[in-house]
Design a protein around this ligand. Structure first.
Ligand code: AVJ
Length: 313
């Protein structure tokens, strides 16, 4: 059994700088990666249990059903790399099917990652597990020397790629291409374009969990940056934009108000929005074309109930 943990403090995200820059921009915006503090992670898990939000359940079903086929298409894999691995639950399924010798998991939340990776290491005694605490958007290259030689598989499930606008998505996929190496593969899950009513409902669940998830960002800024957002004066607003092919999530100011964040004052006009997330939806051919521009050739494709997983080499 081997477990290593490496911290990359230089490649860490900067909440304060990103939020101050985002609030000074027009329109105001904060990157969605900041949703996931402890409460945000719990709220995201609760979203996945809502009847309207089928994404996580559908991906699980798809992976369980098609894993033998995915494994056969992949062939031998020595190392699985998962950026944004979180609690490492999803990758366990792959470990059982692919039996790699190495697993490298990457996440900005170093503490929870280390605990989850160590638990994986205990359950898979033959596996060499490495946990890297870093913001992979910031400096994924830093992970490269930590990876063993051999056939690598980059695993990026959960439609996380949907958070990136096409240009940023291409750039990230190109970085995954370099990380995987010449003989490497990418296994990636994404949400498909579908009836806009279904998409709308998924981000406007009746129980209000997505609204709570969106508004929790303000609570986080109050706590961590000494901000004075009044959550009652912002409205969760999410809608599908079929022209851009994405869900847009906003917090709309219900009043003209001033908010103080880390010693700076920001004015919100009545009806002004703070943009918090894009969640892009794709058709299969659209996504493989996007990945092709990043150097990836489609090697396999599986679809279930409005969700897809594609394999690239
Ligand atoms: C984790 C990025 C896939 O875009 O559907 C869920 C996050 N936001 N509800 C998504 C999310 C609102 C989710 N991803």
């Amino acid at each position: 059994m081997s477990f290593t943990f490496q911290d990359f403090p230089a490649a860490r995200d900067d909440l304060r700088a990103d939020v101050l820059a985002g609030l000074a921009a027009h329109p105001k915006a904060i990157p969605p990666k900041y949703f996931y503090d402890e409460a945000g992670c719990r709220l995201f898990d609760a979203i996945c249990a809502q009847p309207e939000y089928a994404l996580c359940r559908t991906e699980q079903t798809l992976m369980a059903a098609h894993l033998p086929d995915i494994a056969a298409t992949l062939g031998e894999v020595d190392c699985i790399v998962e950026p944004g691995a979180g609690d490492c639950t999803k990758v366990r399924l792959l470990l059982d099917a692919l039996r790699p010798t190495h697993l490298t998991v990457i996440d900005i939340a170093g503490g929870p990652l280390a605990a989850a990776a160590q638990a994986v290491s205990r359950d898979y005694p033959q596996l060499a597990v490495a946990a890297l605490a870093m913001d992979f958007l910031h400096d994924l290259e830093a992970a490269d020397p930590c990876l063993p030689a051999g056939r690598r598989l980059v695993y990026y499930p959960g439609s996380s790629i949907g958070n990136f606008a096409p240009e940023a998505a291409t750039a990230l996929l190109a970085r995954f291409r370099r990380l995987a190496g010449a003989a490497g593969h990418l296994l990636i899950g994404f949400d498909l374009k579908k009836d806009p009513q279904r998409l709308h409902a998924a981000y406007n669940d009746a129980a209000g969990v997505t609204a709570a998830f969106n508004l929790n960002l303000l609570a986080r800024l109050n706590r961590e940056l000494g901000a004075d957002f009044d959550a009652a004066r912002f409205r969760h607003y999410a809608f599908y934009n079929p022209v851009a092919g994405r869900i847009e999530m906003h917090l709309v100011s219900l009043a003209e108000q001033d908010v103080h964040v880390a010693g700076e004052c920001f004015h919100f006009a009545l009806g002004e929005t703070l943009h918090t997330e894009h969640s892009y939806k794709f058709r299969c051919d659209e996504f493989s074309a996007l990945a092709l521009t990043a150097g990836w050739q489609l090697a396999g494709e599986w679809e279930h109930n409005g969700f897809a997983v594609q394999l690239f080499r």
